[in-house]
Design a protein around this ligand. Structure first.
Ligand SMILES: [Zn+2]
Length: 360
């Protein structure tokens, strides 16, 4: 075994061990302790989980755990597909159908080796046929995808979309009440935002390889952002202008124009960033115009202003770091945008509550 394979072997065994230990604590230790604590030390409370036996608690925790795992796995699968898109689109190959193949020898990758993250660890980072190393970038991107879907699941789905302003508030929340007794408005918002973050992740992957965002990718993402809120207007929670002003001008709900206003705002702000900071960072042309344009389409112009200003600060810090340390690697502007957007989505309601009087 080579040194690289050794590292991968021990890392994967270590991860499995850690996972098993965490599961043991989560399923057995915590419910047991809760029950002991409840029986011997605490006064009876009205919390639902407190009244359950250990077996029932384990069952509920199991359900919560597998639901969360399912969403994380979905993120890894989506990211694995985005990897393929970002690799094939710039070289003009079709992004649909066709099995994945080894980039070095072109041999087909077997089903079992194609499982996100796990497949790469099983192969110890080498192609089964030609033994050429497979870039660690693939499992890393899949891990990032899983992390994004899981974070948004915890913040948006489990809370019943409490992070999103102007949404219905549910009294009962959590995996059981939002996912299994499905609240479609929350699930819709979740997948709409996952679609946005997946588009930005694809743009980021293209940016790492210093490719421009293809026109086709940009327009597809914009259409994905514009169409669903025309059917389900709750996907755009904030109207572009106050409702009473709007009602005198147009005969339909103001949210329907949210996407177009956001797209314009995002393209203008992104274009300005491209011509200033991104030029100094030597990024491919119109990187932020595409990224912020898509973010604006999904979230409206008010959110785009907040995201653009946060993005500016991050890019200026990166620029300062580059001037000081002259690193060899680059961070794509849309990678930063994807991260900033995720943070924004997680704190949207809270931001509006705190700064609503200052912000439109
Ligand atoms: Zn190969």
């Amino acid at each position: 075994m080579t040194n690289r394979q050794n590292v991968i072997w021990w890392t994967s065994r270590g991860l499995i061990g850690l996972g098993a230990a965490a599961a043991l604590v989560y399923f057995i230790a915590i419910p047991t302790w809760d029950t002991i604590d409840y029986v011997f030390f605490e006064q009876p409370q009205s919390e639902v989980l407190e009244d359950l036996t250990i077996a029932e608690q384990i069952r509920i925790r199991g359900m919560e755990f597998f639901t969360a795992t399912w969403f994380a796995a979905l993120g890894a699968v989506v990211a694995s597909y985005l990897n393929v898109i970002a690799y094939r689109m710039p070289i003009g190959k079709t992004v649909f159908a066709k099995d994945s193949a080894c980039p070095s020898c072109g041999s087909r990758i077997r089903m079992a080796d194609n499982i996100p993250i796990i497949g790469w660890l099983r192969l110890r980072g080498e192609c089964r046929d030609c033994q050429e190393p497979i870039s660690v970038r693939y499992p890393l991107v899949e891990f990032v995808g899983a992390a994004i879907f899981l974070t948004l699941y915890i913040v948006e789905v489990l809370s019943g979309a409490e992070n999103i302003p102007n949404t219905t508030r549910y009294f009962y929340r959590g995996a059981l009440w939002i996912v299994w007794y499905t609240k479609w408005d929350v699930i819709g918002l979740y997948f709409y935002h996952c679609l946005l973050l997946s588009s930005l992740l694809t743009f980021a992957l293209l940016g790492i390889d210093r490719h421009r965002v293809p026109w086709f990718a940009f327009t597809t993402a914009v259409v994905f952002g514009l169409v669903p809120p025309q059917i389900w207007t709750h996907l755009n929670p904030i109207a572009p202008i106050p409702g009473d002003v709007f009602a005198e001008l147009f005969p339909f709900e103001p949210q329907r124009l949210s996407g177009v206003c956001g797209l314009l705002a995002g393209m203008i702000l992104g274009g300005a960033i491209d011509l200033s900071i991104n030029r100094l960072l030597r990024r491919p042309s119109w990187e932020s115009l595409c990224g912020l344009g898509v973010a604006g389409t999904f979230l409206g112009w008010q959110a785009t202003l907040a995201i653009a200003s946060a993005l500016c600060s991050v890019l200026i810090i990166i620029l300062a770091a580059r001037v000081m340390w002259k690193p060899t690697f680059t961070i794509p502007a849309n990678g930063c945008l994807c991260f900033v957007t995720l943070v924004f989505l997680c704190s949207w309601s809270w931001l509006l509550k705190s700064y609503g009087s200052l912000w439109p």
